[in-house]
Design a protein. Structure first.
Length: 90
């Protein structure tokens, strides 16, 4: 008997502008960019540099840029670049 918990959950996403469909894992479909809030939002580059050694701060910023790019790619249509879509579980 197949295990329900062993399956990967998939989402089929359909662009509302051009009709293109593509498939994502459910975890990727739920990705959202989060806003920094509280104390961390008020930090300036100099203060972050004091908290992290120079190269570590640059690596952290590069990692954040890469995460934001992944989120942008997941949330846009690969054909037309629209951010209007409808999700359906498959």
């Amino acid at each position: 008997m197949p295990s329900f918990f062993g399956r990967k959950r998939l989402i089929q996403r359909t662009c509302l502008d051009c009709g293109e469909t593509w498939t994502l894992e459910a975890g990727l479909a739920r990705l959202r960019a989060r806003r920094a809030h509280g104390y961390a939002a008020g930090l300036r580059v100099g203060q972050v540099g004091q908290a992290l050694a120079g190269q570590e701060a640059l690596d952290a910023e590069a990692g954040l840029d890469q995460d934001l790019e992944t989120i942008r790619q997941v949330r846009t249509c690969p054909t037309c670049g629209s951010e209007r879509y409808k999700d359906r579980r498959i």
